[in-house]
Design a protein around this ligand. Structure first.
Ligand SMILES: *Cc1c(COP(=O)(O)O)cnc(C)c1O
Length: 406
């Protein structure tokens, strides 16, 4: 095991087997020598425009602002960056398309990915179909059973879904199996990682590919209001939509808030609040905050939203937490379900359960910012994805916990 550059403060690096060092070095060189060329950026920009549907809209949400702050003392404007309008319904396609295009340019003839709920698997299968590369997606056998619609989508898109029968038969086992495949087939194969996590260079590569969210939103808010927003809010699973919107504002006087999943509550141990409640450790090839017990064993995360149900978090967020540049809050399963209802009724958008965690804290963010600035705050929310995929989860949650639609 070796650590190499690619650090964010005390976090990040590469904690992987020696056999993967060559592949990670090769990817780092590809990111440096190919990704940043004008030709690559032009090609990717064209795909993002003509296929994904970028730039995505920036939507004002005045009725939501008034619902969260009836007197208008703390919340001025609320702006929504609409990643739900991307092809396939979430921000994940920005990253998958970039990584698969890079794989092609690097001469790879096969793409692999791991997936938990299947969202990243669908995004990768989509990009692989468009760009004509065979795709294999490793997925825990339990998740294959639980996420049948996404398994069907991936297969329709021409991907081979490989059920992983080891361990708990979930995401972490799928990741181990994907890494094992990559070690074996490293010359021909690109491994497409789904969030701003994993060993260097993935956290940097994914953040660069998702940065388009923040770059667009910054220009759109400036164009609409003539000023920057006071605060930006995004949900945090591995951290890719959050870092994608935040990177454009890191040097500005804009407060940044990430919202983690508090699941059934922070006191219950059934949550996924890695930054809020975790400890420093190593998971999936990088040093960051993780959920683990006293012996360092990784614990299962829990969240109503499959996309936040991850016991790790990208290393850049760990650093941004320690430096205090980003404030990390949490929202429970119940608060997320309530936020889905509220946004549906006040804006007419069914947001993903992941995204709903960010909405659950918008009123608090408004109060904090208004106190800091002495006037109502304008808040930009990253609407990371649409909620059609979650209707079953919400119904099941209501059946178990009560809390019907108002
Ligand atoms: C996967 C997913 C997330 C969480 O992943 P990040 O890498 O933290 O962005 C958030 N929202 C949606 C809609 C997702 O599909």
């Amino acid at each position: 095991m070796t650590t190499l550059p690619g650090s964010f403060g005390a976090y990040g690096g590469r904690y992987v087997a020696e056999t993967l060092m060559f592949a990670l070095d090769e990817l780092e060189a590809g990111a440096r020598d190919i990704l940043r060329t004008d030709e690559f950026q032009r090609t990717l920009g064209g795909l993002l425009r003509d296929y994904v549907g970028r730039p995505t809209a920036l939507t004002p949400a005045p009725r939501l602002a008034r619902a969260l702050d009836p007197d208008g003392h703390t919340l001025g404007e609320v702006w929504l960056k609409r990643e739900d309008l991307c092809h396939t319904g979430a921000h994940k396609i920005n990253n998958a398309l970039g990584q698969v295009l890079l794989a092609k340019r690097m001469g790879k003839t096969r793409v692999i990915a791991e997936t938990g709920a299947g969202q990243h698997g669908v995004a990768t299968a989509t990009a692989a179909a468009l760009l004509d590369l065979p795709c294999e997606v490793f997925m825990g056998a339990l998740d294959v059973e639980r996420q049948a619609p996404n398994v069907a989508r991936m297969r329709l898109l021409g991907a081979r879904v490989v059920p992983v029968e080891t361990g708990s038969r979930t995401l972490k086992d799928a990741m181990n199996e994907a890494l094992r495949d990559w070690v074996t087939n490293v010359a021909s194969t690109a491994y497409c990682v789904g969030s701003a996590a994993g060993p260097h260079p993935y956290p940097t590569l994914v953040a660069e590919l998702q940065r388009v969210i923040g770059d667009e939103a910054r220009a759109q808010v400036m164009g609409a209001t003539g000023a920057l927003p006071d605060a930006v809010v995004a949900c945090v699973g591995g951290g890719s939509n959050a870092i994608g919107i935040m990177r454009a504002f890191l040097d500005d006087d804009v407060s940044l808030y990430g919202v983690e999943a508090a699941g059934e509550g922070l006191s219950t141990e059934r949550h996924a609040a890695t930054l809020t409640r975790g400890r420093v450790g190593v998971l999936h090839g990088a040093r960051s905050y993780v959920l683990c017990d006293d012996d360092g064993q990784i614990e299962e995360a829990h969240s109503i939203s499959a996309g936040l149900d991850y016991p790790g978090v990208g290393p850049e967020h760990a650093h941004l937490k320690d430096t205090g540049r980003v404030t990390y809050l949490t929202a429970t399963d119940r608060e997320a379900v309530e936020a889905v209802d509220l946004v549906a009724r006040r804006v007419g958008i069914l947001v993903a359960l992941e995204t709903a965690h960010a909405f659950a804290r918008v009123a608090d963010v408004g109060r904090r910012e208004a106190a800091r600035r002495g006037r109502p705050a304008s808040v930009l929310v990253c609407l990371s994805g649409r909620g059609d995929k979650d209707l079953g989860s919400i119904e099941a949650w209501r059946a178990a916990h009560g809390g019907g639609a108002r």
